[in-house]
Ligand binder design. Sequence first.
Ligand SMILES: [Zn+2]
Length: 93
Amino acid sequence: MSFNWLNDFHREMEKPDNYAEKTLAQYRLGIKAKGSIVGVRIERDQEGCDACQQLDDTAVYHPDDAPHLPLPTCSKGRRCGCVYRPVMSYENP
Ligand SMILES: [Zn+2]
């Protein structure tokens, strides 16, 4: 299974409406398949809005518990650069 489309995601792109649902669903599948994905973390938009700067970018979430991106309170809306990143088992011993 390829997750390359996630890595190809450009922060400058506007997020599709279903960005969170689609991305988290992929991670959920990856976890179920007992691949190397163990969770999801958030990579903050460094020039992002105040709401996004409050996000904990060290936290590892289960896809069911991850905050919805873009945040409902984000002033950049779908242009917010905050993205989900997979947490791999080998970086999380
Ligand atoms: Zn934001």
